[in-house]
Design a protein around this ligand. Sequence first.
Ligand SMILES: *Cc1c(COP(=O)(O)O)cnc(C)c1O
Length: 310
Amino acid sequence: MSIDAIQRASKKIRPIVKETPILTSKQLSEKCNNDIFVKAEHLQTTGSFKIRGAMNKVSDVAAKGETAIIAASSGNHGQAVAFAAKTFGLQATIVVPEDAAIPKINAIQAYGANIIKHGYTSEERINYAKTLEGTFIPPYDDPLIMEGQGTAGLEILDQVKDIDIVLVPVGGGGLLSGVLLAIKQTNPAIKVIACEPAIADDTYQSYKQEKRVHIGQTETIADGLRTSIPGEMTFPIVQQYVDDVVLVTEEEIKAAMMFMYERMKQVVEPSGAVTIAACLGKKLQVTGKRIVPIVSGGNVDLFSLHHYLP
Ligand SMILES: *Cc1c(COP(=O)(O)O)cnc(C)c1O
């Protein structure tokens, strides 16, 4: 995996994948005591960065002549794979939990994918999905997925000059590892810091203990970050390059979402708000720096919005 592969991915996934804008807010910068440049992946096709990796991977699978693909996901990865399958004329089957939210199922079906409900945990879903006919598309542990997610890092380097710090949410680490490769292989002086919910701190613990640590099941509102262990392929890259991992509380995530809605008029989901939470919560202990938080997604069920209010 290298910056060249990420550059190739970047060409391959256009024009379906957008170069998302950088948003600024005087109030946000003032409240954070830093200059904040928000990378707005909540405005991406399918509402999250996941389409980057999905397009890169699925285009490769399609080129090999496969016709059916499978994914296990209750959320953004499922939508992204369904969308990519439709783009390349493949049939996608997405395995979702028995209790998956109706709006998410509707979104996946709207892209023409089949839905199968199975089990409640991600382990149950993934094991079942792998028994189905078709090529399994992993959510993060795959070089093409990681390189696809890394294209967000390339865009940031183009869009913001003199960056001091980039903030990246971390679940399984696909986005983080891809962005680390793109940024550190271009300009190692830029710091890249991972942001994680304090009650889903598997990457934080793994980083501190220098080995992959498994944590118990977590109920963080950041449902895209509920992984219980960092990826096998992603973690070595995280370990090699990341400058730090910082934790945010559930209340800080909620406050960040509220700020984005009220002050910036941006619909972001809890997983996408952790980087803003780290800025507003002064987790970096720096001032006057040029900071790029990646807001990774905006798929939020409006009927559940009251759960996200501070
Ligand atoms: C999947 C997801 C993440 C975490 O990405 P990983 O590659 O698993 O670390 C963060 N934010 C949103 C909105 C996501 O959908």
